[in-house]
Design a protein. Sequence first.
Length: 103
Amino acid sequence: MRGKILLVVGLGVGYVLGARAGRERYEEIKAKAQQFWNDPRVQKQVNQAEDFVKDKAPDVAEFLSDGARKVASQVSGAAKPAPRRSASSSAKSSTTKPSTAKK
């Protein structure tokens, strides 16, 4: 939905900037845009969106903060050196020889 809105806005801006109709057409488009923006139905939706964002912003901030802490702990945990093998397991693996018999 956001992409569609951006596309329409981009097309509108492109038309206004690229139009050869002159100042009169620009003023007409500007008046229509202001009329649309000041429409009570549009303002109702704008207010609902603002209220929703104000309501959800703390939750989003907390979610992002928790995610950042989790990533930071994983990164700091990954910086530790790998555990060493015990001497007996490394000696055992070096004494065994792979089978190279041909049939």
